[in-house]
Design a protein around this ligand. Structure first.
Ligand code: CAA
Length: 407
């Protein structure tokens, strides 16, 4: 009906991660850093490490398959793949996912980049597309592997994961509000030139840039009639390390003139950090994994307003709010999420270092990766500069395995 309010938002949300993990206890044994600095100082317990045949595509395909399995692909007209650890300068990683899942040809597939903010841009573009045609759905994938140089301050904040969410009219999980706050400023806090496999970062500057962007985006949100802080039940922050969310919440409460005691902050944020403190930084996926953790927690949220703060170094930030839909719990994937986190195999520090230094050939020569992942999709190898992906025996049906190297 003309003029009828059509709620648009996240209809389904899931994530997956790698099959290996390095605990911070094991890392501390080799760096000589007190474990308490990792556990309390940065708020991290473990970090996901990809096996040789796992990458951003295999993780994203795994997460996407669960969504497509539940909802089908008939209404999906757009697939947005957000990443800042892209595998190709030209081709969208989502095309490999499209092939692995056997998705129909009549949809657009695009990759988006602006550091960790990319998936939030995708969410906003998706809501606009769905408002234009509420019959359509948009599949958003956010997949990243965070790698820093061994021995650098960023090393304990590495991690990897992929989130997948379906943006739809009349969503089952949460309705995105139209008002949002934006903040953009060019700053060299974190970047990765095309010739590097690990990121460069000015750690202190990045923390300050994040906090400045938070107040900048919040002020814009308020100026545009966004919900006051007293009306927001819980805020999910981008979590490069979970202690960053504590710093952010403290900063925002002080900015809003509210009390900001450490124990209250810890209690307010605990439901949002449970997964990321085990996975590490997953860049574009991190905020949506914080949201998954909140939804999966014991906190009852029906009808509540939640805040989402997205920060992408460089920098672009956005503060948005959403209403949790009544009955959302029936649509969660809590068991699968807990399995993804707890079933990772711990690796030794030596094994982690070997994996960290192992890279695919860059000269077009043929390389077959060993079969290691228990997941449904794997990177089989590379030859002639072409990555070859394949479904494994644990892939859900119906799946179309590519018959040769993706073109
Ligand atoms: N017990 C408990 N706590 C301890 C401790 C101990 N034994 N020893 C130290 N600590 C505490 C410190 O007091 C400090 O706490 P505060 O931050 O509250 O002061 C904390 O541990 C960290 O210690 P340092 O200040 O010594 O910092 P560091 O040299 O270890 O580096 C970092 C921290 C700069 C954030 C580094 O991890 C880094 O460079 N990370 C990568 C960049 C990053 O994640 N930036 C975040 C904002 S940018 C962003 O969000 C985008 C993105 O995803 C990258």
């Amino acid at each position: 009906m003309p003029g009828e309010h059509v709620p648009v938002g996240i209809h389904d949300l899931t994530f997956t991660t790698t099959s290996l993990q390095l605990t911070h206890t094991e890392l501390a044994r080799h760096t000589g850093v007190p474990t308490a600095k990792y556990h309390q100082g940065i708020g991290q317990r473990a970090m996901s490490i990809p096996a040789p045949d796992e990458d951003i595509v295999t993780m994203a395909a795994h997460a996407a398959a669960a969504v497509v399995d539940r909802h089908g692909a008939d209404r999906i007209r757009t697939l947005l793949f957000a990443t800042e650890t892209s595998i190709d300068q030209a081709k969208a990683g989502g095309l490999y996912v499209h092939s692995l899942l056997g998705l129909p040809p009549h949809l657009r597939v695009v990759e988006l980049k602006q550091a960790c903010y990319g998936a939030t841009a995708a969410l906003q573009f998706a809501t606009a597309l769905v408002h234009r045609d509420p019959d359509q759905q948009v599949l958003v994938l956010a997949s990243d592997i965070a790698r820093y140089d061994p021995g650098s301050p960023g090393e304990p904040t590495q991690g990897a994961a992929a989130a997948a969410f379906l943006v739809s009219a009349h969503p089952a999980l949460l309705e995105i509000h139209p008002s949002s706050g934006l903040f953009t400023r060019e700053v060299m806090d974190f970047w990765r030139p095309n010739y590097r496999t690990t990121a460069l970062v000015d750690g202190r500057a990045s923390v300050n840039a994040y906090l400045d962007a938070l107040t900048g985006a919040w002020n814009d949100h308020q100026a545009r009639g966004g919900a006051p802080i007293q009306k927001i039940h819980t805020i999910c922050y981008h979590q490069p390390f979970t202690r960053m969310a504590h710093k952010a919440h403290h900063h925002l409460l002080q900015h809003a003139g509210l009390p900001a005691g450490p124990q209250d902050i810890a209690a307010a944020l605990a439901p949002t950090t449970a997964y990321n403190e085990q996975l590490g930084n997953s860049y574009t996926a991190s905020l949506y994994i914080a949201l998954a953790a909140l939804l999966d927690s014991d906190t009852p949220l029906d009808g509540e307003t939640v805040g989402l703060f997205s920060y992408g170094s460089g920098s672009v930030a956005e503060f948005l709010t959403a209403t949790i839909r009544p009955g959302y719990r029936q649509h969660l994937r809590t068991d699968a999420h807990r399995v993804a986190v707890t079933h990772r195999r711990p690796v030794t520090y030596e094994a982690y270092r070997t994996l960290h230094t192992t890279t695919l050939p860059t000269d077009g020569s043929t390389h077959a990766t060993p079969t290691r992942t228990p997941g449904p999709y794997r990177l089989a190898g590379i030859d002639g500069h072409r990555r070859r992906y394949e479904a494994t025996t644990s892939a859900p049906g119906p799946v179309t395995a590519p018959s040769g190297p993706p073109q």
